[in-house]
Design a protein around this ligand. Structure first.
Ligand SMILES: Cc1ncc(COP(=O)(O)OP(=O)(O)O)c(N)n1
Ligand SMILES: Cc1ncsc1CCOP(=O)(O)O
Ligand SMILES: [Mg+2]
Length: 218
């Protein structure tokens, strides 16, 4: 049985792939993150990842098992076939990935769908797409975790996206713990992070900061 979407899951949203944690096992990193209380996990294995397709599938099964045991939604980035094969709870796609209407149709309510939107025009189009659970907006700040990132959005533009969106927005890109209170003031429902957590020297402190900052609820 998959986990259905609740916008509270966006509060402490960890995004990670093998490429983000050289020398570490992703299962070990995820166990630590789950123990610290993350509210969602996105399996985003791409770029410098050296996994074969079968390795990526096998690892995804192990990661999904860990998330399911913790009652945390397991979300797959980009790859609809992988998400369906893994029985993921959600999928996240960007503007340059498979067309969003195709994705919504392909997963046919088996999992929730998140979409990257970083401009007002993209948000306005997304408002008209049935079947979307949330939007991911960024990069809010400069990031070194995504080589092909869009231009930095910034806090002022982010607030405009939140005002325009009919779905909850999770911020992503270059987020650090000291920026969480200011980020929460924009009205977003949470923060999606790679390096802030993967490189943290205290997972519990970092995740607690994400969970207690006071995100907006639609
Ligand atoms: C929660 C969340 N928001 C945005 C993204 C970025 O997705 P996308 O634009 O498709 O870029 P890649 O992550 O595929 O490089 C995301 N993955 N998650
Ligand atoms: C996947 C993604 N999408 C926009 S920025 C980004 C990378 C976020 O990584 P970090 O939290 O380390 O900046
Ligand atoms: Mg993508």
């Amino acid at each position: 049985m998959s986990i259905s979407f609740d916008q509270k899951q966006l509060a402490a949203y960890f995004v990670c792939g093998t490429q983000d944690i050289p020398g570490q096992r992703l299962t070990t990193v995820l166990k630590r993150a789950l123990a610290a209380g993350i509210t969602a996990f996105q399996y985003r294995d791409k770029g410098a990842s050296r996994l074969t397709s079968s390795e990526r599938l096998a690892l995804g099964e192990a990661l999904h098992t860990l998330c399911a045991a913790a009652g945390v939604p397991f979300i797959v980035d980009d790859d609809v076939d992988l998400a369906l094969s893994l029985g993921a709870d959600g999928i996240h796609v960007g503007q340059s990935d498979t067309g969003i209407q195709q994705v919504v149709t392909a997963v046919s309510q088996q999992m929730f769908v998140g979409l990257s939107c970083s401009t007002l025009a993209e948000v306005r189009v997304a408002n008209q797409v049935a079947g979307l659970a949330y939007l991911g907006s960024g990069p809010i700040f400069p990031t070194s975790s995504k080589a092909d990132a869009d231009p930095v959005v910034g806090l002022t533009n982010l607030q405009e996206l939140v005002t325009a969106s009919s779905r909850p927005i999770v911020a992503i890109g270059g987020i650090t713990e000291d920026q969480l209170p200011t980020l929460a003031q924009t009205g977003v429902a949470g923060a999606a992070v790679i390096s802030m957590l993967a490189q943290s020297n205290d997972y519990q402190r970092t995740v607690t900061a994400m969970r207690t900052v006071g995100w907006s609820m639609q």
